[in-house]
Ligand binder design. Structure first.
Ligand SMILES: Cc1cc2nc3c(=O)[nH]c(=O)nc-3n(C[C@H](O)[C@H](O)[C@H](O)COP(=O)(O)OP(=O)(O)OC[C@H]3O[C@@H](n4cnc5c(N)ncnc54)[C@H](O)[C@@H]3O)c2cc1C
Length: 434
């Protein structure tokens, strides 16, 4: 049992704010973007620094409480909020120092990727992160980090060079390739399983404007568009990323979109490369334009407002075969919700595959196509039909999918999925002792 006295002493020891059930701000602090998640921690500690995080770990151990860790709160499974335990909320830890000479940035764990990009772009620098600005850098990086620079510079986790981690026994360790190397191997892919990361140091790369956006086709053209994308993808360089899928356009038309981002130095080369995509069909809308690296993620933001119910299925495809394409096309434009993105593909290529499967804990280096169904809706009364549709869609795609998933996209799939998702790295990860 948690005594009021020890809870009070713990809260007073913190430099940051804290919230219990009866406090103003408690509900806002436990709310995350996915409206499906409704959990009530015993206490939420909005940590101001590593010392607060250490105290949270010690307090939770002393009282046998579970811990959840909130970076940006975007885990669809709601992993950042626990019932009855200590929610370690890092969202106030937003310090960042960019070193333009060394081309590195040391960032605290509560930054979102939009905030991070804002600071590095001021120096004409960037690191690969995701495509929606409000996503937290921590969860995204520790689980992988797919984004528009994947082919050029790899995953987010391929670009951090050291981390500070509070371990389960309350020590703060630094991990890098030459210090606590086993921990460094594990945190690159394990999500939050090995400790609470308080800051990350990233390698930065030169970054200019990009040629990016999307072309929209009618959902009835899905099959043809996917055949085109399969061929197109075979001849694209590391400077170009594509992803795409079915959704409903803002004016209510079921479409299949292909988003592209060219980040090469000469945008004229990108114009030339993208011509076949922009001419194919032809598309019903072409929204590809030159924009800054900061604008590109903002392109996607309006489609992912907080407060929607969200249910996701995701696996890598064995291959984008004719039969897989036919099945994807059958589901395009059939979701019961106009705000769903499904089925949706990401084309993985380039630098991500030049890192060995067991060089980091993240094993998915060889798959070319990642597929997901990202169902979202607003009315809780629509939950059953949307979850049902998503599961049916996924079951029909199952024969074309590998067992493993990119962990950042899974809802709660249990131990079998965790084993498959870490593949040959599972046993080493499970044995990681820090
Ligand atoms: C709208 C939206 C867009 C997305 N876009 C992309 C994308 O473009 N590319 C991509 O790869 N992924 C994307 N994702 C998936 C995203 O990477 C994961 O949801 C990721 O877990 C989010 O990290 P977070 O810090 O915001 O989430 P949180 O829910 O706060 O954390 C996610 C997990 O990481 C753990 N964790 C977080 N911070 C720490 C820490 N400092 N130390 C230890 N453990 C920690 C949490 O406990 C939890 O288990 C997107 C998700 C959403 C909802």
């Amino acid at each position: 049992m948690l005594s009021q006295g020890s809870l009070k002493a713990f809260r007073e020891s913190l430099r940051g704010a804290s919230f219990c059930l009866e406090d103003v701000g408690y509900d806002a602090a436990r709310t995350i973007p996915n409206a499906m998640i409704n959990r009530r921690p015993a206490v939420i500690a909005r940590c101001a620094g590593a010392a607060d995080v250490i105290d949270c770990v010690r307090f939770a151990r002393e009282h046998s409480l579970i811990i959840s860790v909130r970076g940006g709160g975007h885990s669809v499974a709601g992993k950042s909020v626990c019932d009855g335990g200590v929610m370690v909320d890092l969202s106030a830890m937003k310090g960042i120092r960019v070193d333009p000479k060394r081309r590195t940035a040391r960032a605290q764990a509560g930054l979102t990727l939009g905030e991070f990009d804002r600071e590095t772009t001021a120096f004409g620098l960037a690191t690969p992160l995701g495509v929606v600005p409000k996503t937290g850098i921590s969860g995204l990086t520790l689980g992988g980090g797919f984004g528009n620079l994947l082919a050029k510079h790899g995953l987010a986790l391929d670009n951090f060079i050291s981390v500070d981690v509070v371990t389960a026994d309350g020590r703060l360790l630094t991990a890098s390739s030459d210090e606590n190397a086993d921990l460094f191997w594990g945190v690159r892919g394990s999500g939050g399983n090995l400790g609470i990361v308080t800051s990350l140091e990233y390698r930065l790369h030169e970054m200019g404007p990009v040629l990016g956006g999307a072309v929209l086709y009618s959902a009835t053209q899905t099959k043809d568009v996917l055949h085109f994308c399969r061929d197109f993808a075979q001849r694209i360089p590391d400077d170009l990323m594509i992803q795409g899928g079915a959704f409903t356009s803002p004016d209510g038309v079921p479409v299949f979109a292909v988003a592209a981002c060219y980040s090469g130095a000469a945008l004229s080369a990108g114009e030339e490369l993208l011509q076949p995509l922009r001419n194919f069909g032809p598309p019903i809308a072409d929204m590809i334009a030159t924009m800054s690296h900061l604008q590109m993620p903002r392109f996607f933001e309006p489609y992912f407002p907080p407060g929607r119910h969200t249910y996701v299925k995701s696996n890598f495809l064995r291959a984008l075969s004719d039969d897989a394409i036919a099945t994807i096309a059958r589901w395009a434009g059939t979701s019961p919700s106009a705000t769903t993105f499904a089925p949706f593909f990401e084309h993985w290529h380039g630098a991500v595959g030049r890192v060995g499967v067991s060089e980091t804990a993240f094993p998915h280096r060889q798959h070319e196509w990642n597929l997901f169904a990202w169902s979202t809706w607003t009315d809780p009364a629509d939950t059953e039909k949307n979850v049902h549709w998503t599961r049916q869609c996924w079951e029909s795609l199952r024969p074309f999918l590998v067992d493993g998933s990119y962990v950042n996209y899974v809802s709660d799939e249990g131990d079998v999925s965790a084993r498959a998702s870490y593949g040959p790295n599972y046993d080493r990860l499970a044995a990681c002792r820090v």
